[in-house]
Design a protein around this ligand. Structure first.
Ligand SMILES: NC(=O)c1ccc[n+]([C@@H]2O[C@H](COP(=O)([O-])OP(=O)(O)OC[C@H]3O[C@@H](n4cnc5c(N)ncnc54)[C@H](O)[C@@H]3O)[C@@H](O)[C@H]2O)c1
Length: 253
């Protein structure tokens, strides 16, 4: 699809943690729909590769190396986005880290790191784009939570569950505050998705056992999550403050 024909033509999207996994799939999907996409990640080299792939497919992307825990790096990314593309319409807070450590062994440093990336990063990036979205009277903020946030994490430790539950509270509170400005804020809650995060946190045997136990007996794909994010960024005009499950029926609430 050419840039002028898509549902997101004229829109500019920032996707954090977009160098691989779900973030990369989301960046590609939004670009295919005509958005100009900032592929941002702490891993600048891999982000560049994702952006190059998008541009090679005749869509538009720019890689920006950025750590979501560093307010000044976020501010620089916002500045660079505005200079390059003129506006910001969509923010996907996707960057995340997971440790499986059990509570007795979780250090304060590890607790802080997990909360910093998964929860505080979501707050900092959202805050950084709200001004421009309010000015535009339009914005779509999509936060990556997890089944962990709705229940208890399968693979992650107590800090991961806490952070992802925090993302859901943040989503609701922000949605209420910014709805009058034409900004929607929603959370996506994936179950087990076939990415490096899942593969590195679990043996292949355990992953196979998990997938066999799901009503839809397989892992989800990054592209399936990307399609849900696209929906929230486009047609979901009357949905805000929602937490949307995508988990093959693993968790039904
Ligand atoms: N894979 C799953 O089963 C699953 C399930 C539910 C939720 N999630 C969540 O979905 C999101 C994407 O997960 P994924 O499976 O694609 O993970 P992934 O590990 O494959 O990718 C995460 C990306 O985030 C980047 N990142 C990490 N720390 C960062 C920081 N401080 N600043 C900027 N970027 C940073 C990494 O470099 C990486 O590119 C995460 O928030 C994760 O917690 C994953």
């Amino acid at each position: 699809m050419g840039q002028s024909e898509g549902k997101l033509s004229g829109k500019v999207a920032i996707v954090t943690g977009a160098a691989q996994g779900m973030g990369a799939a989301i960046a590609s999907r939004l670009a295919q729909e005509g958005a100009k996409v900032i592929v941002s990640d702490i891993n600048g080299e891999k982000a560049k590769q994702v952006a190059e792939k998008i541009n090679a497919a005749h869509h538009t992307a720019l890689a920006i190396k950025m750590d979501v825990t560093q307010e000044h790096e976020i501010a620089e990314m916002v500045q660079e986005t505005l200079e390059r593309y003129g506006t910001i319409s969509i923010l996907v807070n996707n960057a995340g880290i997971l440790y499986s450590t059990r509570v007795d062994d979780v250090t304060k440093a590890e607790w802080d790191a997990v909360l910093d990336v998964n929860l505080n990063g979501t707050f900092l990036c959202s805050k950084a784009v709200l001004g421009i979205m309010k000015e535009n009277k339009f914005g779509r903020i999509i936060n990556m939570s997890s089944s962990a946030g709705r229940s208890v994490s399968t693979l992650g430790g107590i800090h991961y569950t806490t952070a992802k539950a925090g993302v859901l509270g943040f989503t609701r509170a922000l949605a209420k505050e910014v709805a009058p400005f034409g900004i929607t804020v929603n959370a996506v809650c994936p179950g087990l998705i076939n990415t490096e995060m899942a593969r590195l946190s679990c043996s292949p045997e355990r992953l196979s056992a998990y997938e066999a136990s799901f009503p839809i007996p397989r892992l989800g794909t990054p592209e399936e999550v990307a399609r849900l994010v696209l929906f929230l960024a486009t047609d979901a005009t009357y949905i805000t403050g929602a937490s949307i499950d995508i988990n093959g029926g693993d968790l039904m609430m």
